[in-house]
Design a protein around this ligand. Structure first.
Ligand SMILES: Cc1cc2nc3c(=O)[nH]c(=O)nc-3n(C[C@H](O)[C@H](O)[C@H](O)COP(=O)(O)O)c2cc1C
Ligand code: SF4
Length: 472
């Protein structure tokens, strides 16, 4: 039976728990930082020594921690790519942009338990020889920035930040930087450009891998808020204990943002893979089921860019047929089912949902948020949004479904600078792919109505199909 498991949110919602440093310390706060700074060099059998920093980095690898920001990339491996030989300073940036629609987990940590993030960052910085770090927070989170700045001030006053931390000869400063509120600022290289004071135009990789050429062209680590909090727990409990949480290759816990047509939308922390999508939606401990009298229609499992699942869909996983609702909520199972857990945001849609309207809403967001550098993304996201706009405003065509998929198929796959190309195409490919009849029916009904009323279709604003066909 699936249970909540509170590691990161252990105290945040406890009655009487406050975000001031005294409360955090009373609950064992900053003990993991003390432990990290007290680690002694370790002798290896070959006579070499492993520095305290190398030991923590090794522990993060052993823990199996995967990034909580979206891609689920191994944190230890990411840290191992950092260029430590360039002689340039190494920076760490906490990605607190939290902009993927449906996601509201990082803000729970920052608003309710900011010192947990600061402690996790301080240990991550120590382990990577970082002396200057940033928290890049979404501009709309005005209170979040204030809370973090107040917490940083408290940490400095107690000697957990600043010069010669806890008398151990380690210096670290952390600054809060407020973004201006654009989805693309969450993409790590766009974020870096923005932090440098420029437009958040993502950088091309190669050569601009942050671990080598990041902030100010120096080696830089970008990690999500929740990922960095986990560093504190890996040090506190030990990598092997941490790795026992969750399931193989999917270790630790995840905070799931659950929204849409469930009785109890909210955030729920679980051991990774120890609850299924169905349990998260229906179990009274989690979503509590659909609204009365409604049936499930679709689920977006990992934020708006994740491919949608249709109710009743079955997948072949490790030679077994698995219903969508029985998929364990972990990184690997969702990838195997053709989607992703992304930012761990589940959006539930019941049978009252107009799926064409839902996709039109998502696509309008992506058309608005494309930074515009790459033609396939800039033009494609807009064409898709315009086609969906006419489909939802009585101007649709039966052929719009194929038209949409044709555009979506021509955006991703190495044609764009960043993964936004995928993010704007996946919803269109999956919504239209799995609910094609609804798109066709809507377009057909519009055509029939126009024919009956003898109305000529408006000239499509996006290029006509023939023009599009020759464009590719
Ligand atoms: C368009 C786009 C938006 C993104 N938005 C966020 C975001 O809001 N927060 C976040 O942590 N990661 C976001 N990411 C992922 C980051 O680029 C990066 O992979 C992540 O911050 C790395 O942290 P992690 O390894 O700890 O997951 C986004 C990626 C893309 C392509
Ligand atoms: S894929 Fe889109 S968002 Fe990313 S750089 Fe290109 S135009 Fe900008």
């Amino acid at each position: 039976m699936a249970q909540e498991y509170k590691l990161i949110l252990k105290h945040a919602d406890e009655p009487g728990y406050s975000r001031d440093i005294e409360c955090y310390i009373r609950h064992g706060g900053y003990e993991a930082l003390k432990k990290a700074l007290a680690i002694a060099p370790k002798d290896l059998p070959d006579g070499k020594k492993l520095s305290p920093q190398e030991q923590i980095r090794e522990d993060v690898k052993v823990s199996g921690l995967r990034g909580r920001g979206g891609a689920g990339f191994s944190c230890g491996l990411k840290w191992s790519f950092v260029d430590r030989k360039s002689g340039k300073p190494i920076y760490l940036i906490c990605n607190a942009d939290e902009s993927e629609p449906g996601t509201f987990k990082d803000r729970q940590i920052m608003y309710k338990d900011p010192h947990q993030l600061i402690e996790g960052m301080a240990i991550a910085c120590f382990a990577n020889d970082v002396h200057l770090a940033y928290i890049y927070i979404r501009g709309e989170m005005v209170d979040g920035a204030k809370i973090l700045n107040a917490a940083l001030k408290e940490a400095r006053a107690k000697g957990f930040l600043g010069k010669n931390i806890l008398g151990k000869g380690y210096d670290l400063e952390i600054h809060v930087h407020r973004g201006a509120g654009a989805y693309i600022c969450g993409e790590e290289t766009g974020l870096i450009e923005s932090l440098e004071g420029k437009r958040p135009y993502p950088r091309i990789k190669p050569p601009y891998f942050p671990a080598i050429l990041g902030l100010w062209m120096c080696p830089t680590i970008v990690n999500n808020v929740e990922t960095l909090c986990n560093i504190k727990h890996i040090v506190a409990m030990g990598a092997a204990e941490f790795a026992k949480l969750g399931t193989p290759n999917n270790t630790g816990t995840r905070i799931v943002s659950l929204s849409g047509h469930v009785k109890k939308p909210g955030y729920y922390e679980i051991e990774v893979g120890k609850a299924t999508i169905g349990e998260l939606i229906n179990d009274p401990k989690f979503g509590g089921g659909l609204r009365d009298g409604r049936k499930l229609k679709a689920v977006i499992p990992g934020g708006s860019s994740a491919k949608v699942f249709k109710a009743g869909e079955k997948f072949k996983i490790k030679d077994k047929e698995v219903d969508m609702l029985d998929l364990p909520y972990d990184f690997d199972s969702l990838i195997a089912a053709g989607s992703m857990s992304g930012s761990s945001a589940i959006i539930v849609m019941d049978d009252s949902t107009d799926i064409v309207e839902a996709l039109a809403n998502v696509s309008e967001f992506y058309a608005h948020e494309s930074c515009g550098q790459c033609t396939p993304c800039r033009e494609g996201s807009l064409w898709m949004s315009k086609a969906l706009h006419r489909l939802t405003h009585g101007e649709g065509r039966a052929s719009d479904a194929d038209y949409l998929v044709k555009i979506a198929d021509n955006i991703p796959g190495g044609r764009t600078i960043c993964a936004f190309g995928e993010a704007c195409s996946w919803p269109v490919q999956s919504f239209v792919g799995k609910f094609k009849d609804e798109f066709v029916a809507k377009g057909k009904a519009d055509e029939e109505r126009r024919a009956k009323e003898n109305i000529q279709p408006v000239k499509a604003t996006p290029p006509e199909r023939d023009e599009l066909a020759t464009a590719h």
